[in-house]
Design a protein around this ligand. Structure first.
Ligand code: ADP
Ligand code: MG
Length: 342
């Protein structure tokens, strides 16, 4: 048996197995990059559920011509310089893997123009060694990433792709989550040339409610209360379905931790525990919750997709959420009692 170093493309394809599961995972990585680049407007164009082509265009800080090559290399990131940085990471990305991984399993091109350049450049990686090629291009300040023929060279992966409609549904769900995480950013989503979502940036509470309604539905918004609680280092805010409004099938259930969309059993359990005194089926509760805690209290580097986190003090976070949600719900019960006395 001889030990060999894997050629770059193969190494990247193996790494891609962890982050690039389907078109929606590509969109997630690219939109998060746009958010990290300070974009205030992000347009997502999808063709055929993202199998055929997807394009993410932003008005963020762009990438210098000299840096474009690096952007496509594995372990190349502008966001982390030391291990300590990961403990206080404020950007969504930090692994420096997404662009290299995606470009190893699809035809990716990156076009970018920072405000300091008068012209834009397009970069793409070719061949087994993923040599980066550069060409001049036309582009306003910001970045576009185009990804075509996802998994064209990894048939085993391609087999797992579902119908266009299903893949697009995953992308739409993702855009909903991202749009709930950043009300200050405008998003648009187009599928096969048709605009499916157009969410302008929200400067006022009324605009935020409008976006909440566009994403979670009118029925949710009709029965929702706003809550917020500042528990020192721990803070929680968001919207909860009043117990009387629970019972809708598949209500929105979204949790954001320090601005990241997370699926977390601890938080789900805590919310359900708080509702348990009010509703018979705690699975039918609806909520959009934003939890903030010190960066060093939560480990986001648990999985490459960063959908999961680990809390340093799980019990403390759990109990804080139970208490905050229960308190907000108890107010709704009081107001219902007052209402019914009329
Ligand atoms: P990471 O986000 O973990 O740093 P990526 O592979 O996703 O790794 O991106 C590599 C680098 O390319 C980023 O660190 C960033 O400097 C740059 N980059 C990627 N996308 C954009 C974008 N849309 N706008 C500006 N810079 C970007
Ligand atoms: Mg990234």
């Amino acid at each position: 048996m001889t030990i060999q170093i894997l050629p770059p493309r193969l190494a990247n394809q193996i790494a891609a197995g962890e982050v690039v599961e389907r078109p929606a995972s590509v969109v997630k990585e690219l939109v998060e990059n746009s958010l990290d680049a300070g974009a205030t407007k992000i347009d997502v164009q999808i063709e055929r559920g993202g199998h055929k082509r997807l394009l993410i265009r932003d008005n963020g800080s762009g990438i210098d011509k000299e840096q474009l090559m690096l952007a496509l290399s594995r372990h190349a990131t502008s966001k982390v310089h030391s291990l300590d940085d990961i403990e206080s990471i404020a950007t969504l990305g930090f692994r420096g893997e997404a662009l290299a991984s995606i470009s190893s399993v699809a035809r990716l091109s990156l076009t970018s123009r920072p405000p300091t350049q008068t012209e834009a450049w397009l970069a793409y990686a070719e061949g087994r060694d993923m040599q980066v090629q550069l060409k001049p291009a036309a582009h306003p300040v910001g970045t576009s990433v185009e990804v075509a023929d996802l998994f064209f060279n990894t048939p085993a992966r391609r087999k797992f792709l579902r119908a266009d409609k299903t893949e697009f549904h995953h992308i739409d769900e993702l855009i909903k989550r991202l749009a709930l995480s950043r009300f200050d950013v405008g998003f648009s989503l187009t599928h096969n040339g048709k605009c499916v979502r157009n969410l302008p940036p929200c400067a006022t509470d009324a605009a935020k409610l409008k976006r909440l309604q566009a994403i979670c539905g009118a029925e949710f918004c009709r029965h929702v209360i706003h809550m917020s609680q500042d528990g020192g280092p721990l803070k929680i805010a968001g919207w909860l379905l009043k117990p009387a409004g629970c019972g809708q099938q598949s209500p929105p259930q979204y949790t954001f931790i320090n601005g990241r969309m997370i699926r977390d059993k601890v938080i789900t359990h805590a919310v359900r525990q708080a509702y348990a005194g009010y509703v018979s089926d705690v699975g039918l509760t609806g909520y959009v919750l934003y939890l903030e805690l010190p960066f060093d209290q939560v480990d986001v580097n648990v999985h490459p997709t960063k959908h999961e986190v680990r809390f340093i003090e799980t019990r403390l976070v759990h109990d804080f959420v139970v208490q905050a949600v229960a308190q907000a719900l108890s107010h709704t019960q009081q107001s219902i009692e007052v209402d019914s006395s009329f």
